[in-house]
Design a protein around this ligand. Structure first.
Ligand SMILES: *Cc1c(COP(=O)(O)O)cnc(C)c1O
Length: 346
């Protein structure tokens, strides 16, 4: 039986033999007592790589983002973020349920919101208006097709927000993809943010885990909220060991995913009824409009399944495809052939 080509997400990667080996050999202890040497090592390495005081290993990106929101804000405050962003759309209403804050979304352009847009949403400090407690940005931007947040815009948001006494969090689930795409280090990309979350379980390929980075003081608070959310894990060095392999070895491989995404984007751009601008594909995510094909995304996805290709729509008109290390160039060629044949026989 031919293997499935799974382009639904970069979360579908399976741990490499090297990761499994590292997991088997991992030294462990009880991480709630902060006694797991492998978790401690992962946290120290992540902090070092990002030039931060401290890092916290969390089970998911969602938990990392949400304990960051909680650590920065008070109940009754507002959080300014981008309308299509992950924190606002794909983490349930946890920011409201857990942190008691109200999102104030701004419609972005390819996931980008500027200081000029943000500043008009910051409420004057008057006792009868709720206060802005946090600004959150996303890099790369998932729903905008893996777009890289322009660094000058991000830096300005951070500088100006800080002048107003407002912290800025970065949902950097795929920050290493942004780093590879721009040639800028993750330090350069993230240094002005008060906290950063990145995922080991996306393109870096670990089975589980994300890290939250920040000052020692922030991370100490975040540890309390991680426990409150049920994220206090025990001999979790077995997972951190896979995470260490992902962190040390896999950023250098991401350029292959980007090249594969670009190759697919260029082929899609030539196909009738598909709207795809390959110049917008900067990393490993493609979002493209299929409305000109006369099909909706659910029938398109079903037709792809018959060719053993998995991909989903993000709405009735737009498909999303994500490349990762379990998708090779020949899988991309097969996907292109599959789409050709779907378009010929709708
Ligand atoms: C995947 C993702 C997250 C976190 O996801 P989890 O599935 O909870 O690990 C956060 N932000 C973005 C942009 C993501 O793509």
């Amino acid at each position: 039986m031919t293997e499935w080509i799974d382009l639904r997400s970069d979360t579908v990667t399976r741990p490499t033999p090297e990761m499994r080996e590292a997991m088997m050999k991992a030294e462990v202890g009880d991480d709630v007592y902060m006694e797991d040497p492998t978790v401690n090592h992962l946290q120290e390495r992540a902090a070092e790589i990002f030039g931060r005081e401290a890092a916290l290993f969390v089970p998911s990106g969602t938990m990392g983002n949400q304990i960051a929101v909680k650590s920065h804000t008070h109940h009754g405050q507002e959080v300014i973020l981008e309308e299509a962003g992950h924190i606002f759309n794909y983490e349930l209403a946890t920011m409201s349920a857990f942190s008691g804050v109200m999102p104030r979304p701004i419609a972005g352009h390819d996931g980008v919101i500027t200081w000029n847009e943000i500043k008009t949403r910051i409420r004057p400090k008057i006792y009868y208006l709720s206060h802005t407690g946090l600004v959150a940005l996303e890099n790369t931007h998932n729903m905008a097709g893996g777009s890289v947040f322009p660094q000058a815009v991000a830096d300005e948001v951070c500088d100006r927000a800080h002048e107003s006494g407002i912290p800025v969090h970065l949902d950097g689930a795929r920050i290493f993809n942004a780093s590879i795409a721009t040639g800028k280090s993750v330090v350069e990309l993230t240094q002005k943010f008060d906290s950063v979350m990145f995922c080991l379980s996306k393109g870096l390929g670990a089975p589980v885990g994300s890290l939250l980075l920040g000052s020692r003081e922030l991370i100490e608070r975040a540890r309390v909220y991680r426990k409150a959310m049920g994220g206090g894990m025990r001999q979790v060095g077995v997972l951190a060991a896979a995470g260490l392999v992902a962190l040390e070895k896999h950023p250098a491989k991401l350029h292959e995913d980007h090249a594969n995404a670009k190759h697919l984007a260029k082929a899609l751009a030539e196909m009738p009824g598909i709207q795809m601008d390959p110049s917008k594909v900067q990393t490993n995510i493609l979002v493209f409009d299929i409305s000109g094909t006369g099909q909706d995304t659910s029938s398109f996805s079903q037709a792809l399944r018959k060719h053993r290709v998995l991909a989903n729509g993000i709405n009735p008109t737009h498909m999303r495809m994500v490349t990762h290390y379990d998708v090779h160039r020949d899988d991309i060629e097969k996907t292109i052939q599959a789409i050709h044949s779907i378009l010929e026989t709708p």
